[in-house]
Design a protein around this ligand. Structure first.
Ligand code: ZN
Length: 87
């Protein structure tokens, strides 16, 4: 039995979703990837108001923003992510 996969091009990664894990809140925040380097410096959950990130936050989202931008601009290579498709 083969597993179906979902192929997502790097250029199609346009939105990142964060899910609040505070006290089973589960609220989601979606941000365009092109703005995530700025959007996550200070981040407060819109539902439970927990401060999820505040300066000086680590720069993992800044690094992710740079990597996504860079791999979308590689000449001669299309980068795709292979995800298990929901059944
Ligand atoms: Zn929350």
């Amino acid at each position: 039995m083969s597993q179906r996969n979902l192929i997502v091009k790097a250029t199609e990664l346009t939105t990142i979703r964060l899910i609040c894990k505070t006290k089973e809140c589960g609220a989601t925040v979606e941000v365009p990837t092109e703005r995530m380097d700025r959007a996550f410096v200070h981040l407060e959950c819109p539902v439970c108001k927990t401060v999820l990130r505040s300066p000086p936050a680590d720069d993992c989202f800044l690094q992710l923003a740079r990597v996504l931008r860079d791999i979308q601009q590689i000449k001669g290579i299309d980068v795709e992510f292979v995800l298990p498709a929901p059944e």
